[in-house]
Design a protein. Structure first.
Length: 293
C-alpha cells in the first residue's frame, strides 16, 4: 500500500512538473506577443529559443514577422533553425519557414535578413520538394559527390574546384548522361518511381608532396576518382562488381618556392590530374556501365 502511495505521489510530481513547463511556454509566448517592454519580449524570445515545442516555434515565427524591435527579430531568426526539426508538425514547420522567407526578403534590418537567409539554408532539407514531371527526369543520373582532401595540404578551395572539374568533364564528354536532376537531389523512392539509374562520382586528393630546392619547388600529387551505383540521398553508394571502380592518377608541377607559388602549384597539379583522369578513365567507364544497364 505504501509503495502504491509513493508511486502515486511520484506520478503527481511528474505531472505537475510537466504542467509547469507547459504553462511556462504559454506564459513566455504571451509575453513575447504582447509585453510592452522590449526587454521583457527579448527575454521571452530567449526563453522560447531553448524549446522545440510547437507553441514556442509559432510564437517565434510570429515575432519574426511582427515585433517592432530588430533585436527581438534577430533572436527569433537565430532560434527557429534550432527549434525546427524533422519531428516538427508540417503546419508549424511551414509557419516557421514562411516567416523566415518573409524576413529574408523584406525585413528592414539587414542583420535580420542575413540571419533569416542562413536559417533557410539550414532548414532547406526539411522543405518538401515539388515532384518534377516524369519527362524532366533523366534516365541515367550521375551525382557528382563532394571531393575530399586526404593530404591536408591543398588550398581550401581546391577540393570544391576539383569536384567542379569532374562535373564539367562528365557533362561535356558524356552528353547522354545527366549531371543534373530537376529540383533537389532525388531520394531512393524518387529514383525508383522515375525508373532512373544513378551513379555517384567522387574525387579524392590522395597525396601531395612538395620538394624544395633553392628558389624552386617540385610538387607531386595523386588524385583518385571512384564510381559506384547510387541509391539517392537517403540511400548509399553500392560497390557492385562490374559497375563500380576506382581510378587513380598522378602528376607533377614545377613552381617557385614561395608559399603562394607552392599553393598555386598544388592546385594546378590536382586540377590537371583530375581533369585528365575523369576524361580518359571515368567517362569511358560511366558510358560503358550506363549502356550495359
Amino acid at each position: 500500500m505504501r509503495s502504491a502511495i509513493a508511486l502515486l505521489a511520484a506520478l503527481t510530481v511528474c505531472l505537475t512538473a510537466a504542467a509547469a513547463r507547459a504553462d511556462a511556454i504559454d506564459d513566455e509566448a504571451a509575453q513575447l506577443a504582447s509585453a510592452s517592454s522590449y526587454k521583457r519580449r527579448l527575454a521571452a524570445a530567449l526563453a522560447l529559443a531553448r524549446s522545440h515545442d510547437g507553441r514556442a516555434v509559432v510564437a517565434l515565427a510570429s515575432a519574426l514577422r511582427r515585433d517592432r524591435e530588430a533585436q527581438v527579430r534577430r533572436v527569433a531568426a537565430l532560434a527557429l533553425p534550432k527549434a525546427v526539426d524533422a519531428s516538427t508538425p508540417p503546419r508549424i514547420r511551414d509557419a516557421a519557414l514562411g516567416a523566415l522567407e518573409h524576413a529574408a526578403a523584406r525585413d528592414a534590418d539587414p542583420k535580420v535578413r542575413e540571419l533569416s537567409a542562413r536559417a533557410l539554408t539550414k532548414l532547406a532539407a526539411l522543405r518538401p520538394q515539388p515532384e518534377p514531371p516524369p519527362g524532366a527526369r533523366p534516365s541515367v543520373f550521375v551525382h557528382i559527390g563532394a571531393a575530399t582532401d586526404l593530404s591536408s595540404q591543398a588550398p581550401k578551395d581546391t577540393a570544391p574546384r576539383l569536384a567542379k572539374v569532374v562535373r564539367d568533364v562528365v557533362a561535356r564528354r558524356a552528353g547522354d548522361l545527366s549531371t543534373e536532376w530537376p529540383g533537389a537531389l532525388p531520394t531512393e523512392k524518387q529514383l525508383a518511381a522515375s525508373g532512373a539509374r544513378a551513379f555517384i562520382v567522387a574525387a579524392t586528393i590522395s597525396a601531395v608532396t612538395v620538394s624544395r630546392s633553392g628558389s624552386k619547388a617540385e610538387i607531386a600529387c595523386t588524385v583518385s576518382v571512384r564510381v559506384a551505383p547510387w541509391n539517392g540521398t537517403d540511400g548509399a553508394e553500392r560497390w557492385t562488381a562490374h559497375k563500380a571502380a576506382s581510378a587513380s592518377g598522378s602528376g607533377k608541377a614545377l613552381t617557385g618556392a614561395a608559399p603562394a607559388a607552392v599553393q598555386g602549384g598544388i592546385r594546378d597539379c590536382v586540377l590537371a590530374v583530375g581533369e585528365e583522369l575523369t576524361g580518359k578513365q571515368v567517362v569511358p567507364f560511366l558510358k560503358r556501365v550506363a549502356v550495359d544497364g
